[in-house]
Design a protein around this ligand. Sequence first.
Ligand SMILES: [Fe+2]
Ligand SMILES: [Fe+2]
Length: 317
Amino acid sequence: MKLVLIGDIHLYTLRVPLRRLLSRRAMAHANLLLNRRHHFNHGLLPAVIERARLLKPDHVLFSGDVSTSSLESEFQDFLDHARPLLEAAPCTLVPGNHDRYTFRSRRVRRIETLLGGLLPEGFPHVRALRPGWTLLALDSAVPNRFVSRGALGRAQLRRALEAIGAVPPDQALLVLCHYPCSLPDDVPSPWSRSLKEARALERALAACPGRVVYLHGHIHRPWRAATTEGGAAFECINAGAPCQIGTAWPLGQGFWEINLPDDPQGQLKTRHHALHPGPGHPSGQAVAADASRADGTDPPRAGRGPVEGRWRVGAGP
Ligand SMILES: [Fe+2]
Ligand SMILES: [Fe+2]
């Protein structure tokens, strides 16, 4: 079974009415104007979506933070961009903290309303993906006044722990949650940006009778790493931010292809797809990602003009 995992897209809207900035959104917007917009090129997104679609995945997983401050326009922009992929395969999305950024966005259930078909109807969401493989999707996104901390809440955590404990030894559990519950040693974990119940979740996953693969986003850097907790190990895959550009990932951090083996204890084959500067595809056809709009306006998508790249596929960072 082939899965695609896509992380923090963070579409944004530059022109926001003043009245809508009278909330925590003001913090996100200040960060957007001063910082974030210089590190994201959403002109890359069509190429990412098309690449994922061409892989013909059996299921697509979005690990959240598709928006920046939970505006309607940002969710609509996500739907517009992702539509070719959403129409090609079943998709499951868990919210990120930026998708429930303001208290009002939670009160009016904005993401549930606008992306309703992609979010499970309730959390924790448990479903069979294929024989031997179960998906456990968690909702860790809560608005905060000053920090970016996530929380599952007591009821969700209790039911998640029950689901984790119920996995038979010869089966596997795939967890999808925006926040990580365990980090590589070289990644800092500030209290203000972490999941409140991370330790409890990590302990339960390490004690799970079956195999565990934990998929998440939130930290904008892709990786695949094993974690050890109490001698037991499970694997974590961080999605990365496909439109975030920087020195290591000049054309975005790409996305993951994850192939679930028939045998739940078999080898998990992953491939990381990322665009790198180059004259074009191996086929000779260049990817052109032009972020500018036909009418000359920049919001809600931003970018840095046309770029060309070549897809590189590897075992992953
Ligand atoms: Fe996040
Ligand atoms: Fe994020």
